[in-house]
Design a protein around this ligand. Structure first.
Ligand code: NOJ
Length: 546
């Protein structure tokens, strides 16, 4: 927001010239913070809200518009905060509600927005609701969760799988019934078919909106409604036993992704829309065509369902080109696109594609049409950190060890500087630190050729040029490792040409313009005339002459 003060909610569309009629979440850049790992201020080795507040200056300097903060609610931390015992509080490890209010106020002063993680599908098994629900079969709270009698042979009620391994059902010995958990057994699923559950959980959104948050990222939203008759999921014909995650053995079209979920999301959206300038983002891992209904009928669903294609696809120009085209073609009318390169559930981009391509990936993320979400640490090229078995924290890795599913490697502490705790903590970090002596913010901050400087330049260019944020997207035919497209708005046109391979390459055509930003900063400002030559691992954003 160019240092603009005041409550961002009062000034929709600041930051980009002439974009007043466009909501901030369309032209803004979102930066995800995993709060355990961002900044520790009390020396317990776990990040906290005060730490995030202390780093807002950095976010403003980087130029992002909003931060999505992963959960900080009271929790036994079996799934590191995605197992909530109080949706309206702050876990003491992260601070207090006062700290949260101070964080939101300080963010707004800097023109930064704050997006929360809203977890509607499940609670912790330690939540007071579940403690009541499991007391007896006829407890008034029983129906807040999903219970079923054992199958005739005493086994689980159906074939639904937990995302973290094994059946999604656990027998409650005391009452003799199974309860459903789409994730860990410590995360029982709420029963959203019970109107009292829905009313209570919608109140949670209001609670945080009243406190001034600018939006919510809705966790696992496609899971919220399941098949009422609990029919088995059908087998997945493409499943390769031994190679694929056993979770993919079935098509999860009855254990989630039900048509009725869209009515629930529409009601979440109505609550959100009662407050100005807020955003509702859905977390949905699904085939791209199955994402589209999550925009809702007449756009009354999520403002956007997260698009994880760049996380999942092989790093290959033709594959990504086809995926972008397909996504653009499938978007419903008025549906706003978005792109994600990394998050706390998937391996880091620098580890997936290597340091040289991480620069190309940054240019791709920040020049595509649609809201970019940047994962903390990716802006300096943090890599997955190998976690020795005795230090494993993630329950997924504990359940299914050695299969590369564990998420600790991408959740290690932010690398601020080369001091012993990486500038993250004065204590013992909750996960091992990465290569912080080499890769850190301090070392990159003033280095023009650093990945951090590249992010900053790209974000600044995107902010200054509506063509790159709100403008149209047109594919450009290219071959081999080259991926290319145009972005245009009004009279301004940019060509983005990316070489996803290590060998020099060329984009044919009669292009004329000047390189606005290159992954190789020695090329910034260089004239382009005719075909565009690219060095290995080079990407350029070219301002085309009219
Ligand atoms: C998705 C979250 O991103 C992940 O970290 C979490 O474990 C599951 N949902 C369950 O809440």
């Amino acid at each position: 927001m160019d240092g603009a003060g005041g409550d961002p909610q009062e000034s929709a569309g600041t930051g980009v010239q002439g974009s007043g009629e466009h909501p901030w979440w369309k032209h803004g850049v979102i930066y995800q913070i995993y709060p355990r790992s961002y900044q520790d201020t009390d020396g317990d080795g776990v990040g906290d809200l005060r730490g995030i507040e202390a780093r807002l200056e950095y976010l403003a300097w980087l130029g992002v518009d909003a931060t999505w903060i992963s959960p900080f609610y009271p929790s036994p931390m079996v799934d590191f905060g995605y197992d909530v015992t109080d949706h309206r509080g702050v876990d003491p490890r992260f601070g207090t509600l006062d700290d949260f209010d101070a964080l939101v106020a300080a963010a707004h002063v800097r023109g930064l927005r704050v997006i929360l993680d809203y977890i509607p599908n499940h609670t912790s098994d330690q939540h007071p609701w579940f403690a009541e629900a499991r007391r007896t079969r006829d407890d008034p709270r029983r129906d807040w969760y999903i219970w079923r009698d054992p199958a005739p042979d005493g086994g689980v009620p159906n074939n639904w799988q937990s995302a973290f391994g094994g059946s999604a059902w656990t027998l409650d010995e005391a009452t003799g019934q199974y309860y459903l958990h789409s994730f860990l057994r410590e995360q029982p699923d709420l029963n959203w078919r019970n109107p009292r559950v829905e009313a209570e959980m919608l109140e949670v959104i209001r609670f945080w909106m009243e406190r001034g948050v600018d939006g919510v990222r809705v966790d696992a939203v496609q899971k919220v409604i399941k098949d009422e008759a609990l029919r088995d999921d059908p087998p997945n014909p493409d499943y390769r036993p031994g190679d694929d995650d056993p979770y993919d053995a079935y098509l999860r079209i009855l254990s989630g992704d039900r048509p009725e979920v869209h009515d629930v999301i529409a009601r979440m959206r109505r609550v959100t829309d009662a407050y100005p300038n807020r955003v509702l983002i859905g977390e949905i891992y699904n085939a791209i065509e199955r994402l589209m209904p999550y925009y809702g009928r007449d756009g009354g669903g999520c403002h956007f369902p997260y698009n994880f294609q760049l996380i999942k696809l092989p790093w290959d120009a033709r594959t990504i080109d086809a995926a972008i085209r397909r996504y653009e073609a499938l978007l419903p009318s008025g549906g706003w696109p978005n792109w994600v390169l990394g998050n706390h559930d998937r391996h880091r981009i620098a580890s997936r594609v290597g340091s040289a391509q991480a620069r190309v990936a940054a240019m791709l993320l920040l020049t595509l049409r649609g809201t970019p979400t940047l994962y903390y640490g990716d802006e300096i090229g943090m890599r997955d950190v190998p976690i020795p078995p005795e230090l494993v924290q993630d329950p997924w890795e504990k359940n299914l060890p050695g299969q590369g599913l564990g998420r600790d490697p991408e959740r290690t502490p932010m690398q601020w500087d080369a001091s012993p705790g990486a500038g993250f903590t004065m204590g013992e970090p909750w996960l091992p630190l990465g290569d912080f002596a080499r890769t850190n913010v301090e070392a990159q901050r003033d280095a023009p050729a650093s990945l951090l400087s590249l992010h900053r330049r790209l974000i600044a260019l995107r902010r200054a040029e509506p063509a790159l944020s709100l403008g149209g997207w047109t594919p450009v035919e290219a071959e081999g490792d080259v991926l290319a497209y145009l972005r245009a708005e009004g009279g301004a046109r940019f060509l983005v040409a990316l070489n996803l391979g290590p060998a020099p390459a060329r984009l044919a055509g009669e292009w004329s313009g000047e390189i606005a930003v290159s992954t190789h900063p020695d090329a910034d400002g260089r004239a382009v005339s005719g075909a565009v030559g690219l060095r290995g691992d080079e990407g350029v954003a070219v301002r085309l002459r009219a």
